[in-house]
Design a protein around this ligand. Sequence first.
Ligand code: GDP
Length: 298
Amino acid sequence: KRLVQGLTKTRDNIVSGIDSIFSGFSSIDDEFYEEIEEILIMGDLGVHATTEIIENLKVKVKEQHIKEPAQCKELLISSIKEQMDVGETAYQFENEKSVVLVIGVNGVGKTTSVGKLAGKLKAQGKRVVLAAADTFRAAAGEQLGEWASRAGVEMIGGQEGADPGAVVYDAVAAARARNADVLLCDTAGRLHNKKNLMEELKKIHRILEKEYPEAFRETLVVLDGTTGQNALSQARQFSEVAEISGIILTKMDGTARGGIAVAIQSELGIPVKYIGVGETIDDLQKFDSEQFVKALFE
Ligand code: GDP
């Protein structure tokens, strides 16, 4: 229910257009497919996913000898689902001792998402430690500190300008000492330039691989769902630096561009693990492709 509410704008954006095509066309022709294609592109599903979905739809229509446009709706829905298939999405950090590295550019909702995730894991009875490795902005550590106290978890930070690698190093030691179940590492989203940022992330990645290899299994990229194709290109850039195990797609509550979830899974094959649908600690939901498509069309 909440998922549907959160996705209202995306839903309105895609569904109203699609429905008018299904009712407005009397036969299945090139123009019919072009109109659907346009709606999917406008809905931020991306060129790659859209092309595949239309091709798939055409095959289904032919195989099943469909003649009525209205009968295509179910086929379109199943084509979108198939395009989103990235296999089973694992949430290993819920079951095994884990380090979760969280990366993303400034303003996407990284700190908020780390805070929400900490709250979720804590509510499951887990011992959580946070690493405030964004030492570039003094406010970042303070903001994470507020989330830490709200969630009732411990945070390891450093002075403004401190070496983020050193913070991560200390946080690993603290996580080991406290026998923590999950160590969540928040990182900087902006440094003096992009190259700097990527170098810094690589360094943190190396430290975790070296200091806590048995637990380091997850790198999540946080993307702002309102930025559409921009989010996709950020994900692509981060995946050049680190092996990305999942995406957190934020601000899905206010956006008509939620179709980006399809583009990400289709084009990059990386699972969207969570979506953010608001600013409070409860507004982080596990993402499920099946439910998502259902929420958009039904
Ligand atoms: P960071 O710079 O990536 O760490 O971003 P922040 O965590 O500071 O978030 C930036 C802004 O986005 C804040 O005002 C958050 O409250 C807001 N925000 C984060 N996630 C969501 C979400 O899922 N929905 C909405 N509506 N706002 C969000």
